[in-house]
Design a protein around this ligand. Structure first.
Ligand SMILES: [Mg+2]
Length: 353
């Protein structure tokens, strides 16, 4: 089949967290073929991604043939190369991610195979999910056995006590056997990380996430052996196998967390996974419990752990993607629907398809 139409759309996001997100959150990419089959992808970069996809990428994609996974990889390479002057990292690759995922969905639908089948087959009918958010009591009620709380270092020594309180609450509600992780969102430094490892030792945390920025790989490589047995995790703000190649070379992280909708899609994530094994790292995709990463986990290509940003008990959001698997007793199961297996809730778009 040949690509006939490509378009990117920015949904109406009702409750987006602040900072960079309101205008630069997730986009929808739609790719139509001459067979009438349509693929949908999910990318990043928000309003800044739209002219990239609707302009340059559309020119590159129109008329291209998609018959195999190799064709998708070749298209990925061509778009990456053509967008090097403004791409490589950040918004350009976030836009490419949406295109790549739409092509995987398109190929799956055209061949009537779920994407996990294109990835080698279903290895995990059930995937363990972990709940991200600061409501461990609710996460336990929902049946999760893994939970990640957020923490920010502001420079106040009382921030240590806040981390201890979060870890204590997690253990109280989820028990001793649960996986408990902390996400610091780039706010710690090496000294704080080491001190946190010491003070949080009684709570047996599994990983510390994003302790420093992606530009501080040497510092993370330095602190990594000093916080064992806590694992150092990160990578949601890194892009492509080229970017993760630097993480591999520096040995900065135990656990790599590429975001499938930002790092270059499934194609890039597969290449990142290939790099991880020889460097001794493991891969737990960022937001991997969402359908875009879930197929990779269900195919058994990385660790059996999928993140769901569950938030607080009061969190209620309209769903952009319908038919997405929901966690039951802390586990997620992909369906055997062709492609990625979700439908777009068009009511959430600000324009028509
Ligand atoms: Mg994070």
């Amino acid at each position: 089949m040949k690509i006939t139409q490509v378009s990117a759309h920015y949904p109406r996001w009702p409750q987006t967290p602040g900072g960079w997100r309101p205008r630069l959150w997730q986009i929808v990419v739609r790719v139509e073929s001459d067979t009438g089959v349509v693929g949908y992808g999910y990318g990043g970069g928000g309003e800044a991604s739209l002219p990239i996809v609707n302009g340059h990428f559309r020119e590159l994609l129109t008329g291209r043939a998609v018959e195999s996974v190799d064709d998708i990889a070749a298209i990925w390479d061509d778009i990456y190369f053509a967008s090097i002057p403004y791409g490589r990292r950040g918004v350009g690759v976030m836009a490419l991610s949406g295109v790549d995922l739409a092509l995987w969905d398109l190929l799956g639908k055209a061949t009537e195979r779920p994407v996990y089948d294109l990835l080698g087959g279903l290895a995990r009918p059930k995937v363990r999910a972990y709940a991200t958010g600061n409501d461990p009591e609710w996460h336990a009620e929902l049946g999760f056995t893994a939970h990640k709380f957020s923490h920010r270092w502001t420079g106040d020594p009382a921030d240590y006590d806040k981390a201890i309180a979060s870890a204590e609450a997690a253990r109280q509600h989820l028990g001793d056997d649960a996986l408990v992780m902390a996400d610091c969102y780039l706010s710690w430094d090496a000294a704080v990380t080491e001190e946190m490892a010491h003070r949080l030792a009684p709570y047996n945390l599994y990983w510390f996430e994003d302790v420093l920025t992606p530009d501080h790989l040497a510092e993370q490589a330095g602190v990594r052996p000093r916080i064992k047995p806590v694992q150092l995790a990160g990578g949601e703000h890194e892009f492509t196998h080229y970017g993760f190649g630097e993480i591999a070379r520096t040995g900065a992280l135990d656990i790599w967390q590429p975001d499938v909708t930002w790092c270059g899609g499934i194609t890039a994530t597969l290449r990142i996974i290939e790099l991880a094994a020889p460097s001794g790292a493991r891969v737990v995709p960022h937001r991997g419990g969402e359908i875009w990463g879930l197929h990779i986990i269900a195919a058994g290509l990385c660790d059996d752990l999928g993140e769901l940003v569950v938030g607080q008990r009061s969190t209620r959001q309209e769903r952009l993607w319908l038919d997405e698997p929901q966690a039951v007793d802390g586990y997620l199961a992909v369906t055997d629907k062709p492609g990625l297996g979700v439908r777009l809730n068009e009511k959430m778009l600000t324009d028509s398809l």
